[in-house]
Design a protein around this ligand. Sequence first.
Ligand code: GSH
Length: 244
Amino acid sequence: MFDLHYWPTPNGKKVTILLEECGVPYNVVKCNIGRGDQFTAEFLHYNPNHRMPVLVDHAPAGGGAPISVFESGAIMLYVAEKLGKFYPQDLRRKTEVQQWLIWQMANQGPKIGERGHFGRLGADKGDQSYAIRRFSDEANRLYGVLNNRLYNHRYLAGDEYSIADMICYPWSVNWKAQGQDIAEFPYFARWLNELAARPAVVKGMAVGADFAEDPATLPQAERDRRTAMLYNQRARPAPAGGLL
Ligand SMILES: N[C@@H](CCC(=O)N[C@@H](CS)C(=O)NCC(=O)O)C(=O)O
């Protein structure tokens, strides 16, 4: 059985899509990143990078203690390899999947994430026009990369639907909020529509839809605490007594 430490964001939904596609049971452990659950001692033990998702496999291949995995890309590879699904193992097809999966982790996620960050900032944080233009352009470039790949391939890794598609999908659905015009990317639109119609994608995207909190219901002191915690994060000090 898998435990998935999860909050309904694009990085979390990559994994729920895969688990739904595989049809395996899993237990969602709420990791409320607005409240700061990613900084608890238990969570930091799983992920020193204090970011969700984290997967804990209580029945790893070969037995023994549970295995925990952080970084959504590593989780996708772990699950797909364990279950032997959506991740072909012959050299050429495996390499195609890996390069598109790592493309997502190194490009689409970070750049579109920054587009969202600067786009959400209020006027009290100063003029964000350069940052918004910079990351809107990057998002546009990346949609173009997807579009050009999908021009003559049905799926990102070729003819077969794989974890490369699943990892990109949740970061692709909000093109409008990212200032993009989907009419510019017809091959991407064909792929997006096909994935959107898959029942497991619909189910995976909906996990945690009822988790949302209305910040307006929180006391002002708690809202201030959350803002201070989420913005301007800097290095956490290492405990004393380590290897020097
Ligand atoms: N590269 C990481 C990114 C994970 C990540 O950024 N998670 C966000 C939510 S989408 C998070 O936990 N944020 C908590 C915070 O900002 O403190 C992955 O793909 O797993």
